[in-house]
Design a protein around this ligand. Structure first.
Ligand code: ATP
Length: 246
């Protein structure tokens, strides 16, 4: 069953054609890594999936709903499709526990005791149960990102989108975040689309690697073909050799 389907999608920022002829299907339970040079449209693509950016042409179907339809309920999409950003976006004046409990309480009306138990279980899962009463600023960037992931999971989404989740972190914190993401990727019920330059993550848990340049998808391969064979696209090959040697 597919979770996300792009059919001939075009996206413009004014006159600028940011996404060209995007065709991409991500099945439920798949982990797909999206790579490409700066400015290639990775963020734009991922942000169209939960409606943070609109598309101008083509069809985009998420969890069975056509995003172009007027009656499509974006809140329902966002309940099912969580997003983790580069800069965490935690509520600065709320405790870690409150950050995780807030959306399930407001949006899902989850009963308070059940909500707290799930939040504590998720804090435990990301290795930060002892941080529950603190404020975000008291945590390191890597810890804050693990909280942001726990917060997304608290909505029990079907899919999670990650937009360069480790690129704002100090190097020594990256592995802790990637380990949490790998743990989620191994859960076969979760669909993940991850924009990242972390090829170790891709090698370990991705099903597919998609390469973009200039707003187009130039390569869409199984992990095995991408890493062990050679991408057939010349620009994808060049890009891969650069990120792997650096
Ligand atoms: N709100 C906007 N208005 C106009 N142009 C935009 C807007 N957002 C992005 N762009 C342009 O669209 C193109 C794709 O940007 P996008 O952020 O999607 O690329 P990216 O591959 O995610 O890059 P990076 O790896 O640097 O984050 C870029 O040329 C960018 O300047």
């Amino acid at each position: 069953m597919s979770m996300i389907e792009f059919h001939d999608v075009q996206k413009y920022y004014g006159d600028f054609h940011a996404l060209h002829d995007i065709n991409l299907t991500i099945d439920a339970g798949e982990t797909v890594v999206l790579i490409g040079p700066s400015g290639s449209g990775k963020s734009t693509l991922i942000r169209t999936i939960n409606g943070l950016e609109t598309i101008q042409e083509g069809k985009l179907i998420v969890n069975g709903q056509d995003l172009a339809e007027k009656k499509t309920d974006m809140n329902r999409i966002r309940k099912n499709v969580g997003m983790v950003f580069q800069h965490f976006n935690l509520y600065a004046n709320k405790t870690i526990l409150e950050n995780i409990m807030l959306a399930p309480r407001m949006v899902l009306h989850r009963p308070e005791d059940e909500n707290k138990k799930l939040a504590m279980d998720l804090l435990d899962r990301v290795g930060l149960a002892d941080q529950a009463p603190k404020l975000p600023a008291q945590l390191s960037g890597g810890q804050q990102q693990r909280i942001a992931i726990a917060r997304s999971l608290a909505m029990k989404p079907k899919a999670l989108l990650f937009d360069e989740p480790t690129s704002a972190l100090d190097p020594e914190m990256i592995d802790d975040v990637l380990n949490v993401m790998k743990d989620i990727a191994r859960d076969s019920a979760m669909t993940m689309l991850v924009v990242t330059h972390e090829m170790g993550f891709a090698r370990e848990v991705a099903n597919r690697v998609v390469f973009m340049a200039d707003g187009r998808i130039l390569e869409d391969d199984s992990k095995e073909r991408f890493f062990d064979g050679q991408p057939s696209n010349e620009r994808a090959r060049q890009f891969l050799s650069k990120i792997i040697t650096h």
